[in-house]
Ligand binder design. Structure first.
Ligand code: ATP
Ligand code: MG
Length: 403
């Protein structure tokens, strides 16, 4: 991609109302744009990052046998009345009506919708277990929409739902999802803790949150060395003095929901013994847009964002000075490298500042000084975003380093 045609341009100043680091940096660097409080466009580079996050999530979901699908976001009132959540979720749910006064909800989650699918399609124990997921927009009337893309009123979620014949089977799968989530956040490169949290109003069990340690977090979590899991302040019993603690950002949450939904929505299966029984159910969410914002909160410096190679919008930022670089750009593309080529006619200092702001892990410079392959072999300047060290390498060495 040539930077001269990349939409949009970077900005020198953060928006005046921006309070959080992810808001300032992601807007300045051209990854996202705010339409109104809590409502964001993912611009081309932002969408590339979220697509990479989604792909890691998708691979780990498929690895535990979950099947991807896509569900609607406009839901009839009747289905939400079946569990009583039309009234209970009043604060968070966006409701609307059409010209014939029929009422709808915009999806803030999908348990009821999946339960409807299950009761229409599951009849026997032979049809279970089942696990399905989708990536889609969630709408929530969030009051505190001030933390940039960490708290959208419209945001992306990957939500997985699983259905089982017994509690043991549900909890066995729940542990599998917990491991899959840990793999996802390890692959993404986060310093996180699996954290016991409250189960909300629908279950007497704990749920588990995936909490990234960060001062920008709204939650406080506690742990002792050697414990496999941390504890959210909201469920901590005992003396806080015995624990270490940190602020943290919740990036994922998994819920064992029991038979609460199946009983209210009449989702039964016929078991081996011929008896009708309610389906055991769990739901599991990750917010990819919050994940992107969280990465920026924990990985930046005073110049800009610092992506890792797993989720960086491009593998390499190639900076051409004095009209150089076009041939290296072509060669990198031919080698299968996803490269952003700064071909703009602007001062070198501006190019370097933008490279630091955008935060791609590897920066290459080709100039009169360094020459290029057609002129003089072995003269590309290589620098990593996390280091001040530059080295002069030839093309093959550059490729080896990147791959
Ligand atoms: P919070 O406590 O931060 O409001 P939640 O517990 O209500 O979040 P869940 O219902 O557990 O959120 O949603 C699952 C995941 O979806 C969260 O772990 C988070 O990654 C993401 N998420 C939830 N709310 C938002 C939001 N308003 N904006 C962006 N992502 C969100
Ligand atoms: Mg949660």
């Amino acid at each position: 991609m040539k930077q001269s045609s990349l939409f949009p341009k970077t900005r020198k100043e953060a928006p005046k109302d921006a309070e959080s680091i992810n808001h300032k940096l992601l807007v300045r660097a051209g990854f996202m744009d705010q339409l109104m409080a809590g409502s964001w466009t993912l611009l081309p580079m932002g969408w590339k990052v979220v697509t990479k996050i989604n792909q890691i999530i998708r691979e780990e979901m498929n690895a535990i046998g979950a099947q991807e699908m896509l569900m609607p976001l406009l839901h009839p009132k009747e289905i939400w009345n079946e569990t009583g959540r039309w009234d209970k979720a009043n604060d968070i749910m966006y409701k609307l009506s059409d010209p014939r006064q029929k009422e709808y909800a915009l999806s803030f989650t999908h348990e009821e919708i999946v339960m409807d699918l299950l009761r229409k399609n599951i009849t026997s124990y032979k049809d279970l277990p089942v696990s399905v997921y989708h990536f889609s927009t969630k709408f929530r009337n969030e009051l505190r929409a001030k933390s940039g893309i960490l708290r959208g009123r419209e945001f992306m979620m990957k939500d997985l739902y699983s259905a089982h014949t017994t509690e043991e089977n549900l909890m066995e799968y729940y542990e599998k999802v917990k491991d899959a989530y840990s793999k996802i956040f390890r692959r993404l490169g986060f310093n996180f803790k699996v954290t016991k949290a409250s189960g909300g109003v629908f279950t007497d069990k704990f749920t588990h949150e995936f909490q990234v340690l960060s001062d920008a977090g709204e939650d406080t979590i506690y742990w002792r060395d050697g414990d496999p899991e941390a504890i959210n302040e909201e469920v901590l019993k005992g003396d806080k003095k015995d624990y270490k603690s940190s602020k943290a950002i919740e990036v994922g949450n998994i819920f064992p929901l029991g038979t609460w939904y199946a009983e209210r929505m009449r989702a039964y299966f016929t078991d081996e013994d011929g008896k009708k029984k309610p389906i055991w159910f769990g739901s599991y969410g990750i917010g990819p847009t919050r994940v992107m914002g969280t990465w920026v909160e924990v990985s930046h410096d005073n110049k800009g964002i610092i992506w890792n190679k797993e989720i960086s919008p491009f593998q390499v930022h190639l900076i051409g000075l004095s009209g150089k670089g076009e041939d290296i750009y072509e060669k990198l593309k031919n080698a299968g490298i996803d490269v952003l080529f700064d071909d703009r006619d602007v001062p070198a200092g501006q190019k370097f500042n933008d490279a630091d702001l955008i935060g791609i892990p590897v920066r290459l410079v080709v100039s009169d000084k360094t020459g290029d392959l057609s002129a003089q072999a072995g003269e590309i300047e290589y620098k990593e975003r996390t280091s001040d060290k530059t080295e002069l390498l030839d093309f093959e060495e550059v490729i080896k380093k990147i791959k």
